[in-house]
Design a binder for this molecule. Structure first.
Ligand SMILES: [Zn+2]
Length: 494
């Protein structure tokens, strides 16, 4: 660090206002110099001043700045120090370009003292700029709403990348562009699954329990996996959240608009005074950039879940509301490879079911995922099997009942025969031995017939008319269906 440029600017307004001396060239210089001379490394460098007096910050054609930019091009400057970013440039798009592209490319360190921004910190953790720049935007937002709104939206739209430091569960930072969100395919379906469970009427707590029972990786554990270390070890999250889902974690996901592809900022401002006190802004002041990144959840689904959670809150008990039904097989299918339940991930357009995606979460985590047959194929196959096995139509039923009637008739005949033989024995027509033998034979036949009558009763009880595949039908006959990539492997019946 041997050539430091300090840039000082005073606007037209400030120039005319003689009584207002807060931010004169001299006071800016004073602040910057005290900063430099309090730094062991910076104080050894050469200092050159670039001054613009009476030029607005929103125009970049300023002689002092032009001179500075020329020096930068010539490679004669390694470090720029300003009192605050707005002194240097008020055009946020250009400012952003300098901070993110031009300066890093040229290896120039940029320090904005009042913004607490130092590009050398930025290189270390990759998120500093983001936060600081957002704060800058937020500052201007409170000062000049209309100007700020337009500019901030422009910046955000143009760049679409002012995401907060850690990407939310289900997203990753683009390896090419650290400020862009891309889908984390490894866990994205878990986010969809959470919304699905809530939509199916499960409470936050029930949803958390289901996730825990299925061993679903938590947001924090996933971050650890990605980063290779626990960056949040001493933060607000408790250690338990490492492995266990809680209702508040589920809520955090359900409430995060990021999943609809919308980037929201200006949710809060961190004060530079008061030890960084955070002020939360009302929802009306949030700034949204729609279609900022790929959505995981449709806007309709998001709104519906929000509504469900609110209504549940009011009534304090679960409102079981189902907009569309999942496959009747949804809760019965297991993975033949690992034995875990197979997820039937539904996707909708907010009005109706669009598709159901079958996958085994456990095999996926082990990177042994198989592509399962389409759910409709499975439904068809199960339907055929159940029909073959259990369906009894009217003629079949009649046949069974007729057979039963015949058996009752036969037993009546046998009873009559028994009486006749007893008479014969009584009147000495047959011997006792003969009578006993005949009697035993008759009784044996009687027993046989009774058994068959009972069997038919059972068959008739079991017999259903299976005309369509409903959850009730599946439940009645089937306990578990094991599938693989090839289709149904085996069925465990009730
Ligand atoms: Zn599996």
């Amino acid at each position: 660090m041997n050539n430091i440029a300090i840039y000082l600017r005073k606007s037209v307004l400030e120039k005319g206002n003689l009584g207002h001396t807060e931010d004169t060239i001299n006071s800016q210089r004073n602040i910057i110099k005290s900063f430099i001379f309090n730094d062991q490394e910076l104080k050894k460098a050469n200092i050159e001043e670039f001054i613009d007096e009476g030029y607005s910050g929103s125009t970049t054609s300023r002689p002092g700045l032009d001179k500075l930019l020329l020096k930068i091009k010539q490679g004669k400057v390694n470090c720029i120090i300003v009192k605050d970013m707005s002194r240097f440039m008020r055009n946020y798009i250009e400012m952003g370009d300098y901070l993110e592209n031009i300066f890093p490319f040229m290896g120039i360190r940029f320090i904005a003292i009042n913004d607490g921004y130092d590009s050398s910190n930025e290189i270390q953790n990759g998120t500093e700029l983001d936060i600081q720049f957002k704060n800058l935007l937020n500052d201007y937002y409170s000062r000049d709403i209309s100007e700020k709104m337009t500019t901030a939206l422009l910046v955000a739209k143009k760049q679409g990348k002012y995401t907060s430091g850690t990407p939310p569960y289900g997203y990753l930072k683009d390896t090419e562009d650290n400020y862009k969100l891309v889908i984390d395919e490894r866990v994205a379906d878990n986010v969809r699954y959470i919304f699905q469970l809530l939509l199916e009427g499960h409470t936050l707590n029930e949803t958390a329990k289901i996730l825990n029972s299925e061993g679903v990786i938590t947001a924090r554990a996933r971050r650890k996996e990605i980063k290779g270390y626990d960056a949040y070890a001493n933060r607000w999250e408790s250690n338990v959240e490492d492995t266990i889902w809680s209702h508040s974690m589920v809520r955090r996901i359900a409430n995060n608009e990021v999943y609809t592809g919308t980037f929201v900022f200006n949710k809060s401002t961190k004060s530079k005074l008061d030890g960084g006190k955070v002020t939360y802004h009302p929802k009306e002041e949030w700034i949204r950039v729609y279609d900022n990144h790929e959505a995981l959840i449709s806007k309709e689904t998001f709104d519906e879940v929000e509504g469900l959670l609110k209504s549940r809150h009011r009534k304090s008990f679960g409102v079981k509301k189902k907009k569309y039904q999942n496959s009747p097989l949804a809760t019965f299918v297991r993975c033949n490879k690992c034995g875990y339940k197979i997820r039937f991930g539904t996707s909708s357009n907010g009005k109706e079911l669009v598709s159901i995606n079958l996958y085994c979460y456990h095999c996926r985590m082990l990177e042994q995922e198989e592509k399962f047959p389409h759910y409709k194929e499975l439904e068809k196959e199960v339907f055929e099997i159940l029909k073959d096995k259990f369906h009894t139509d009217k003629t079949e039923k009649k046949k069974l009942l007729d057979e039963q009637k015949e058996l009752y008739d036969k037993n009546d005949q046998l009873l009559k025969k028994k009486r006749v033989e007893f008479e014969n024995y009584k009147f000495g027509k047959i011997s006792r031995e003969d009578f006993m033998e005949i009697k035993n034979q008759i009784q044996e036949s009687e027993e046989e017939n009774k058994e068959r009558i009972q069997t038919i009763d059972e068959e008739l009880k079991q017999a259903g008319s299976i005309d369509s595949l409903t959850k009730e039908t599946v439940e009645k006959y089937i306990d578990r269906i094991y599938i693989s990539g090839k289709g149904i492997e085996r069925i465990e019946y009730q």
